[in-house]
Design a protein around this ligand. Structure first.
Ligand code: ZN
Ligand code: ZN
Length: 371
């Protein structure tokens, strides 16, 4: 049995308890997870003893390549996807169908109800997302690959960084470095935030140049083959000799606070611990240092086929950590008008704690020679 069939088995083990005949999987990323198919506009009908992918002629060859052996129903161009789905469900005599209420639009659901008046529909919103929280070995391997690509791209970015590079130019450059390092591309618009811009946790890039600020915050995500990585580092871009090399300024202070919070959070990660407890470890550490009002987002998020997925690490998150979960740890302190420091690493929950999957140095070192 391949990984995809194994995942379908795991999902289907919940089917009898839900009093359902089948699941209709509509989210493209969940279809990918359960079949290996990387295209879109396709719906997977999952029954106890059968899996059938409803797709269209654009994907016939791709399906043969990516999921050999999977039963498919290719609709003709004269028929809509939903009409084809309805035809399949009807032909199989399915009466109780669980659908992805988080993925199927209300309009599509209304259309299906009209096409299939005898079917009882039950919202089964997050079944696949819950499975996806715990990664198998092939998934972890692909996440490691995406991280490796991200780290190599970042190393090149640092090596070639110039004071007159603008935030926008660096975003463009990062895209090229990621592809050169073997990635499909970045998986969200990179954040390249100079000086005070870094106080905006999701700062859009501007024409501001690196030499205009004392720090550059870089938050970049990579699409590897299928899986993603998400990292953040802060570079010390001060150039002038005005600051003695040994002087500890605000940048050093804030960086140390964030790094300590990261350390505390990582030490708190263990199977059986609730996600909110890991968030609290970092949050308390930042508050104890006097910056409690300046960490306004959750500590981290799951990472996998999507760059943001379950589990969420934030206050009140009741998810209990399990070995195989992969998520970011990304505490930050953002001081309006001055700037922000965030350090983001990707971690894997192991039977006795966690493994930090990313390895880029975090120490604050100046990237430019002092004038
Ligand atoms: Zn990030
Ligand atoms: Zn992130």
């Amino acid at each position: 049995m391949d990984n995809f069939a194994r995942r379908r088995e795991r999902l289907l083990s919940g089917l009898p308890g839900e009093d359902l005949d089948a699941y209709l999987i509509s989210s493209p990323v969940n279809v990918s997870y359960l079949t290996g198919f990387s295209g879109e506009s396709s719906h997977l009908v999952l029954m106890r003893d059968r899996a059938l992918l409803v797709s269209d002629p654009r994907f016939t060859e791709q399906l043969a390549e990516e999921c050999p052996g999977l039963e498919t129903h290719i609709r003709p161009p004269t028929k809509t996807t939903l009409a084809a789905v309805a035809e399949v469900l009807n032909g199989l005599g399915l009466r109780k169908v669980g659908f992805e209420s988080t993925a199927l639009s209300v309009a599509d659901w209304e259309a299906l109800k009209e096409l299939l008046p005898a079917v009882q529909w039950k919202g089964a919103g997050d079944r696949v997302e819950r499975l996806r929280m715990v990664k198998d070995d092939t998934e972890v391997k692909q996440i490691r690959e995406a991280i490796d690509i991200a780290e190599r791209a970042f190393t090149v970015l640092c090596a070639l960084l110039r004071p007159d590079d603008s935030e926008i130019a660096l975003c463009d450059a990062m895209e090229g470095y990621v592809r050169r390092a073997g990635g499909r591309g970045t998986c969200f618009p990179s954040i390249m935030a100079v000086g005070p811009r870094s106080a905006l946790p999701h700062a859009p890039p501007t024409g501001r140049t690196v030499g205009e600020g004392e720090l550059l915050l870089v938050d970049w995500g990579v699409s590897g083959r299928f899986y993603k990585s998400d990292l953040t580092r802060v570079l010390d871009t001060r150039r002038s000799g005005a600051l003695a090399p040994v002087a500890r300024g605000r940048l050093e202070e804030v960086h140390a606070v964030v790094d300590r919070a990261r350390e505390r959070a990582i030490r708190a990660v263990h199977p059986g611990v609730k996600a909110e407890e890991v968030d609290a470890a970092a949050r308390t550490s930042i508050a104890d240092a006097g910056f409690g009002d300046y960490f306004g987002h959750g500590l981290g998020h799951g990472l996998g086929l999507q760059v943001h997925e379950a589990p969420a690490l934030r206050p009140r998150s009741q998810t209990v950590l399990e070995p195989g979960m992969v998520f970011t740890i990304e505490p930050g302190v953002y001081l309006p008008g001055w700037g922000g420091v965030r350090i983001e690493d990707d971690v894997l929950v192991t039977p006795d704690g966690c493994e930090v999957l990313s390895h880029l140095p975090r120490a604050l070192t100046r990237v430019f020679q002092v004038d």
